[in-house]
Design a binder for this molecule. Structure first.
Ligand code: ATP
Length: 426
């Protein structure tokens, strides 16, 4: 049934759900639009709504063919609850799937396609960075593929949302907000996110498009964070040398060593002719590997939740962006964490660097983005996610270790950090 949003828009049906809200197909004065309605508990937070309004100018001014345009920001009283309000972001409607779905279908992309998508997104980032806007949550879910007149255009969406949700309410230091697989090491180390974090995340996406899995993902989110800081990405077999060098440069631990967005875009575009006709890389399919180990894949997560320990689960833990309810989305998404200290980073949780092998060769390790593996784990993960939030204690503090959850959820709880076993068992 159609529902009015503000005085100019109507929504008809759900297009997708994320941890911060639901995206609807809608109509506005200029035709069809996509409308992201913030979750009720977030919308009820007056501070957050104010921050939205404050960012209005920057978000509405961001115009580029590779950025999903924001057309309007609506903060309106909701008829549903006496003092409730609706907060909505009106965006250009994108017809195609998001990159996560495309990748799940294809498993791995041919190098030319992967590089062309990445170059397009880098173009969009260059414009945002020039305007002083850092995305902070670049990942396949936030890259939409439009299909105008048979062509295909990659567009980056969700600008500013992570920042709005992350901003500490009481002036305290924010925790880590983001999706562990794509988090730049400097964020893990507690430094303020600058443009280079988007480059790191985007090139992580490029690696994932080529390999079918991210360079440092898999297992306990703490282990993923530790790898982001300490490990080197494994080279993908058969990857063209120049492309690999570019990837390595942009996955540098030192932000200053990474390319800027405009340069990344142009270097990637230069590579395109040489990649013409190359098939997807011949890398073992993680799904095949994941099949024989369902018990190992599920048990550590459940056990972790029950025991409150820091064991190494094989899946990515689905944790809502903010505390409160379970995530709207079924998809694995943000984790909000306290910044780990140096000792934790050195000791680390379970998990070692992945061994990359060609197809046919067996690989010990997790199947990061294997849809089947995720489906198998989803029940355990979803059920365990909220328990995990408490059980992981200091390591996964939703409130960022202070009151900086913006009052959006319940008070921080869970055992203190000392209860969490982060060291490698003997
Ligand atoms: N402008 C748009 N046009 C068409 N569909 C969209 C648009 N924006 C988002 N969607 C759809 O809605 C889904 C949910 O988007 P949303 O940004 O809320 O969540 P997410 O990015 O998947 O997850 P999270 O917000 O938790 O990181 C997207 O995956 C996409 O399928």
């Amino acid at each position: 049934m159609a529902r009015n949003i503000g005085s100019h828009y109507t929504v008809h049906r759900v297009l997708g759900r994320g941890s911060a809200g639901t995206v609807w197909l809608g109509d506005g004065p200029d035709g069809p639009v996509a409308i992201k309605l913030l979750r009720e508990d977030l919308a009820a937070d007056r501070d957050l709504a104010e921050r939205f309004a404050h960012e209005r100018h920057a978000l509405l001014g961001l115009e580029h063919p590779n950025i999903v345009g924001v057309r309007d920001l609506i903060i309106a009283d909701s008829g549903d609850t006496p003092d409730g309000q609706e907060v909505a972001l009106v965006m250009d409607l994108v017809r195609g799937p998001d990159l996560r779905r495309h990748l799940e279908r294809e498993r791995r992309l041919a190098p030319r396609e992967a590089v062309a998508i990445t170059a397009a997104v880098a173009n969009g980032l260059a414009v945002a960075h020039a305007a002083g806007i850092v995305h902070r949550d670049v990942k396949p879910e936030n890259i939409l593929l439009d299909t105008p007149e048979g062509g295909r255009v990659a567009l980056l969406t969700d600008f500013g949302v992570a920042k709005l949700i992350d901003e500490p309410r009481h002036g305290g230091k924010g925790g880590v907000v983001g999706t562990p697989d794509y988090l730049a090491p400097e964020i893990v180390e507690g430094l303020p996110p600058r443009a280079a974090v988007d480059i790191y995340a985007l090139v992580t996406v490029l690696y994932e498009l080529l390999a079918g899995f991210t360079p440092f993902g898999g297992g306990h989110p703490g282990a993923v964070l530790r790898r982001q800081v300490t490990e080197k990405a494994a080279e993908l077999p058969g990857i063209p040398r120049e492309l690999w060098e570019l990837i390595q440069q942009c996955l540098a631990k030192a932000p200053a060593s990474r390319l800027r967005a405009a340069e990344l875009a142009s270097r990637l575009r230069e590579l395109l002719p040489s990649l013409e006709g190359l098939p997807p890389l011949d890398i073992g399919d993680p799904e095949e590997d994941a099949a024989p180990e369902p018990v190992e894949a599920e048990e550590p997560i459940a056990a972790l939740a029950a025991a409150g320990g820091g064991g190494g689960g094989a899946g990515r833990v689905a944790v809502p962006l903010v505390r409160g309810t379970a995530p709207d989305s079924e998809r694995e998404t943000h984790t909000r964490m306290r910044v780990p200290d140096a000792e934790e980073l050195a000791g680390g949780a379970h998990g070692t660097a992945r061994t990359i092998r060609t197809a046919g060769e067996r690989r010990a390790g997790s199947a990061r983005n294997a849809a089947a593996a995720r489906r198998r784990r989803r029940l355990a993960v979803t059920a365990a996610a909220l328990v995990c939030a408490a059980a992981l204690g200091g390591w996964l503090l939703f409130s960022g270790g202070d009151s900086s959850d913006g009052g959006l959820g319940e008070p921080a709880g869970g055992p203190p950090r000392a209860d969490v076993q982060l060291s490698q068992p003997a």
